[in-house]
Design a protein around this ligand. Structure first.
Ligand SMILES: [Mg+2]
Length: 273
């Protein structure tokens, strides 16, 4: 993994050679610092303006991929005319485009019942937040006292055991969050490929370059399908040897610097076709 700014020459020549750019980014921990409560993770006005400016370039398509519910990430980012993928890519919406994973729809009843069991089973754990996202669930324990995390994890284990045994669900973990999802795998990667296919058919680009930014375990799947020379996978955070991303940026504030540099470079590319 190399810091992206140390590879700027090869990055910028790849961008200049592209006829169309698909800019994809995770939300939490990538475009915004991680907040104590999920509803407090707001986009700074600087990042928002830069994303909007990028989205307005005719040769750039922009998409935000998040573990949040689609409507939630759409409302938080608040930029019209771009793509949003929610629930880790199980649902995607954008200009003239909608997609919902059929198999995920089928497990919605199971998710609803689990959400109810978590709400009652975890009621005694102070600070726990159960987020029902329709197609999947997030159980946030960032605000839970250290000594109660294990108890919470045990309760989670008991509640999810039958569903795991029957292979109706899977449980993954991220930054101070457990995620209960439908059993299929690799849907962040599939979301990247779905969007790439959509851009290819909408713009018929001679050369499409994809950029993907993410900070967590859940982004690894997208990193695995985003490799050079046509794609740039960028991990946000301190150097991480276990990540499949090929490049890194240190923090969400460095992402903002990256957006400025990308916009400046785009100014210099007079026309694409
Ligand atoms: Mg993230």
């Amino acid at each position: 993994m190399q810091h992206l700014f140390q590879s700027w020459d090869s990055f910028s020549s790849s961008i200049r050679a592209a006829s169309h750019i698909l800019f994809l980014s995770d939300y939490d921990g990538t475009l915004t610092p991680i907040a104590g409560r999920p509803e407090e993770a707001f986009l700074s006005s600087g990042v928002k303006e830069k994303l909007r400016a990028l989205a307005e370039r005719p040769a750039v398509s922009t998409g935000i991929i998040s573990g949040r519910r689609l409507s939630d990430v759409e409302a938080l980012v608040g930029i019209e005319g771009i793509y949003y993928a929610g629930n880790h890519g199980l649902e995607i919406g954008g200009p003239g485009f909608t997609f919902v994973n059929e198999a995920a729809k089928a497990t919605q009843g199971e998710m609803k019942s689990l959400a109810e069991q978590f709400c009652s089973g975890l009621a005694g754990i102070q600070g726990i937040i159960v987020e029902d996202k329709g197609l999947s669930l997030s159980i946030h324990y960032r605000l839970v006292r250290e000594r109660e995390v294990e108890a919470a994890s045990e309760i989670l284990g008991q509640i999810t055991a039958p569903g795991l045994r029957a292979r109706k669900i899977k449980v993954t973990s991220g930054k101070k969050v457990w995620e209960v999802r439908p059993p299929m795998s690799r849907y962040e990667g599939k979301a990247v490929m779905t969007l790439r296919k959509e851009i290819r058919s909408a713009f018929r680009p001679r050369q499409l370059v994809t950029i993907y930014l993410g900070d967590d375990e859940t982004d690894e799947d997208a990193f695995r399908v985003t490799h050079r020379p046509q794609s740039w996978s960028i991990f946000i955070g301190p150097e991480n040897a276990s990540s499949s991303a090929e490049y890194s940026l240190n923090s969400p504030s460095e992402v903002e610097v990256f957006l400025s540099r990308l916009l400046e470079m785009e100014e210099g590319v007079a026309s694409r076709g």
